[in-house]
Design a protein around this ligand. Structure first.
Ligand SMILES: [Zn+2]
Length: 241
């Protein structure tokens, strides 16, 4: 599908709990669709640049829902950028619910809860394609920013392939797995089994009780700010989940 950048905003500073970043908005036409896409980054860049392609997840990122690890992955990527002094995250509001949109995503949650099925099965139940996302806008933004080689932060082989197909060299890819919260075991397993994500879970998540997971929560991502401290403390154990 043809991808065209129609308009680019000026840069605006973003100061958050991790550090200082720059935000830029892009209006991009992908075939017949015109959507806003964002880049939040820390520069100046020296290739290879740490890169993340991040799909919007309002329920996790805004409301702190612990059904998925999207919000954690987003903050973790920014934390790695801050540590390394550079990085780019492209952020895609139109990728909500793997592209099916917020309304259908909430309906998929309803089905998952009612029927005890996985994301992929719920999407099938709704008559939706399991993953509608394309990454042309993301790679157009990365190229526009001058990224020619990426140290890629992702568990998703589809995204790695998209970068390579666009001509951006993937020098390395590193996992971003929230592997210390046992309540996510089934979710992460279904991501690995049904969407091919590269996820290996530590043994404690597969039945051995853990003790140190809270200590592993990255510094700088304040649970209290996400409003989930209580939920983390009370989460079910691996054996009880
Ligand atoms: Zn999510």
């Amino acid at each position: 599908m043809s991808v065209r950048i129609l308009e680019v905003s000026k840069d605006v500073p973003v100061r958050n709990r991790i550090g200082m970043f720059t935000l830029r908005a892009y209006l991009i036409a992908e075939g017949p669709h015109i959507d806003t896409h964002l880049a939040i980054f820390k520069g100046p860049f020296v290739n290879p640049v740490p890169v993340r392609i991040n799909s919007a997840c309002l329920t996790g990122e805004v409301f702190g829902d612990r059904r998925c690890d999207c919000a954690w992955q987003m903050w973790e990527a920014l934390r790695r950028f801050e540590t390394r002094g550079q990085g780019v995250m492209t952020y895609h509001p139109s990728h909500e619910g793997r592209g099916i949109g917020l309304f259908q995503k909430i309906r998929s949650y309803e089905l998952m809860d009612e029927l005890g099925i996985t994301t992929r099965e719920a999407f099938q139940e709704l008559g939706e394609v399991p993953d509608l996302r394309t990454y042309g806008a993301a790679t157009a933004i990365l190229k526009h920013l001058g990224v020619t080689a990426a140290q890629f932060l992702s568990n998703n082989p589809e995204k790695i392939k998209a970068l390579e197909d666009s001509g951006i060299e993937v020098v390395g890819s590193e996992r971003v797995v929230m592997d210390f919260d046992s309540s996510l075991v089934h979710y992460l397993q279904s991501k690995a089994a049904q969407f091919g994500h590269l996820i290996e879970l530590p043994t404690f998540m597969l039945g051995v009780p853990e003790a140190e997971d809270l200590a592993l929560w990255p510094q700088g991502v304040g649970d209290h700010e996400l409003g989930i401290a209580h939920e983390v403390a009370d989460r079910p154990t691996a054996t009880g989940a």
